[in-house]
Ligand binder design. Structure first.
Ligand code: AVJ
Length: 324
């Protein structure tokens, strides 16, 4: 799979999952309003997240990239050749694209909730790897992981970088790992994942409240997406970004805080409205931070055996390889 430029781009059908707004109307009506973090990733939100990764404060992406740069060959050796490389939350596919020449998978399966974003990424990917068998999947794998028959039946490797795993609540986290485990047989490739580790609170706070305000834009954009999804009338300028590390819960929380009293109305069925007092918040994301021990314990409970782990010099981030 040596990268070579080509004007030939193979386009494949992306299978799309249904995406109802019922949960949104319900979670906005709750006493403590929430918006699921998956709604952050509309086309603009996905772009904004890409920009976050370039901010000086957001250490995660570049720290993980440095770990991959340094240890990718070891990782490829540990995993072995010829796997079906299943990229969970593929986004712009950039992380996988750097590993594919080393991992030499039989098939590449990018999975992402954002269909449009995935489509654009695939054009770039197929240009770089014209011979690669690509089977893109648009779905919300956090709720159900349905791999169609077209996904290779030989050794599966789940690739889950970027610490996106941190978005799961502790209970959902074990459940999710068990789901992955159920989709693997004893001799399968296993799971290669990136995990952000607990560290100095100031470092984490700044990563989720960057000085350019990109994270703020990313967070506030969720309201534009909600307006579209349930025909609501959020005014973005009424809302302020909050992002901070909650030590006791070992998680970053993102909220949107009302600058003044506001009433939000939605016209999709069943229609409704919600009043927010000035200072009231909508919880939009949790991003859990693990220690190596807490992460290994989770994997153990889900039936995985950690085989290898790799770190940056500060031990801010970990890439681990676990086998069924
Ligand atoms: C894409 C879930 C890994 O939690 O760090 C970035 C999302 N939120 N800045 C993270 C995010 C605010 C990101 N993940």
């Amino acid at each position: 799979y040596r990268p070579r430029p080509s004007i030939l781009v193979r386009r494949r059908e992306i299978s799309t999952a249904a995406d109802p707004g019922d949960d949104l109307r319900e979670s906005l009506s709750a006493d403590s309003a929430t918006i699921s973090s998956k709604y952050l990733y509309d086309p603009l939100g996905s772009k904004l997240f890409e920009l976050i990764c370039y901010t000086p404060e957001y250490y995660l992406t570049r720290t993980e990239a440095a770990i991959f740069d340094r240890h990718a060959e070891d990782m490829a050796t540990a995993v072995g050749a010829g796997v079906t490389f299943i990229d969970l939350g593929a986004g712009n596919c950039a992380k996988a694209a750097r590993l594919l020449p080393l991992f030499k998978p039989r098939q590449y399966v990018p999975v992402d909730i954002s269909t449009e974003f995935l489509k654009n990424s695939l054009v770039v990917l197929q240009t770089a790897f014209p011979a690669l068998d690509v089977q893109p999947l648009a779905m919300d794998f956090s709720s159900t992981l349905q791999l169609p028959p077209s996904v290779g039946q030989d050794r599966r490797l789940f690739f889950y970088p970027g610490s996106s795993f941190g978005n799961f609540s502790p209970i959902a986290a074990v459940e999710f790992l068990r789901t992955l485990r159920r989709n693997l047989r004893a001799d399968d490739g296993g799971l290669l994942m990136g995990i952000d580790l607990v560290k100095d609170k100031i470092v984490i706070d700044q990563a989720y409240s960057d000085s350019l305000g990109i994270t703020a834009a990313f967070n506030r954009n969720v309201l534009l997406n909600v307006n579209r999804l349930i025909d609501a009338d959020f005014d973005v300028s009424d809302w302020e970004h909050r992002g901070f590390f909650h030590l006791d819960k070992s998680r970053v929380e993102m909220h949107l805080e009302a600058k003044r009293d506001v009433t939000v109305t939605w016209r999709s069925q069943p229609d409704g409205s919600r009043r927010f007092r000035a200072g009231e918040r909508i919880h939009t994301e949790n991003s859990y931070k693990y220690t190596t021990d807490s992460m290994f314990a989770l994997l153990d409970r889900a039936g995985f055996a950690v085989s290898d782990s790799w770190f940056d010099p500060h031990k801010w981030f970990m890439v681990l390889y676990a086998k069924p």
